[in-house]
Design a protein around this ligand. Structure first.
Ligand code: 1GP
Length: 257
């Protein structure tokens, strides 16, 4: 039942880095979609994250079914709101927006959705979601009505992530927001990953294999890319190779935190 989370923890323990491709059903062009799946299979993509800030069309079920018909890559819902639920996925990131002070997104929506999730066959993974300033106002910032953590405030980011871990959240997801001008600086990734024991997901504005490699080198366990792949799906194999390249290096021993 906790297969996906256990695979993430096991990978972290071994220093194995994972690549997640974000698919936003709203931005999907069908001709690109089939190609994206084929590219993901050949690039050994580890996860699909499915979601967006709005999701105004009704393609969520179709997207999930189409992916599953073609491959076994785990499909993890990354919901922008409570309506983005489908039992066709494998897991759901149960996001609490811990960088913000919007009570609804910290616990309110969760109270409403909890009974549905309890009955669902989905693996529910509680996730501390942290919005980091990415150089321009993003959709998630506007929709959530919260202020992101400034990208040079590593101490705030670390304390926020630590609070999430101590509250029992299973993952930390640091996000500069889709299409961010500035992805999260490596220094912040290093500070946060060095202080927590749970897996760290990093995304938002990553456009190059170099930045993806720098992020996993700085301590990100999962790197998520969406926007750059919508523009150029062929980039997928280079990003995957850069992230997985880190898995060829011997793991450095570390002292327990
Ligand atoms: C956004 O972290 C994801 O929530 C991915 O960001 O679309 O900019 O790659 P991009």
């Amino acid at each position: 039942m906790n297969q996906i989370y256990e695979s993430l923890v096991a990978a972290k323990e071994k220093g194995q880095k994972k690549f997640a491709v974000l698919i936003d059903p709203d931005k999907l062009r069908l001709n690109n979609f089939e190609r994206t799946i084929d590219l993901a299979i050949s690039a050994n993509v580890d996860y699909f994250f499915i979601g967006g800030s709005l999701v105004v069309n009704n393609m969520l079920d179709d997207v999930l079914k189409n992916i599953r018909d073609k491959c076994q890559i785990p499909m993890i819902l990354f919901p922008g709101n409570s309506f983005q639920l489908s039992y066709k996925a494998d897991a759901l990131l149960f996001l609490s927006l811990i960088s913000g002070r919007n009570a609804d997104l910290l616990i309110g929506k969760h109270v409403v959705t909890a009974p549905f999730l309890k009955l669902s066959p989905l693996e529910i993974i509680s996730t501390g979601y942290m919005l980091i300033d990415g150089g321009k106002p993003t959709t998630v910032q506007y929709m959530s009505n919260t202020t992101p953590i400034p990208s040079n405030k590593e101490d705030i980011a670390l304390c926020t992530a630590l609070a999430g871990e101590l509250l029992g959240l299973k993952l930390i997801y640091m996000d500069a927001g889709s299409g961010a001008i500035n992805p999260i600086p490596e220094q912040m990734i290093e500070t946060v990953s060095g202080g927590i024991n749970i897996p760290l997901i990093v995304g938002g504005g990553i456009k190059t294999p170099e930045k993806a490699f720098a992020n996993v080198s700085a301590g990100a366990d999962v790197v998520v890319v969406g926007d750059a792949l919508e523009k150029d799906p062929v980039l997928m194999s280079e990003l995957a190779a850069a992230i997985h390249q880190k898995n060829m290096e011997p793991k450095k021993s570390s002292f327990p935190k």
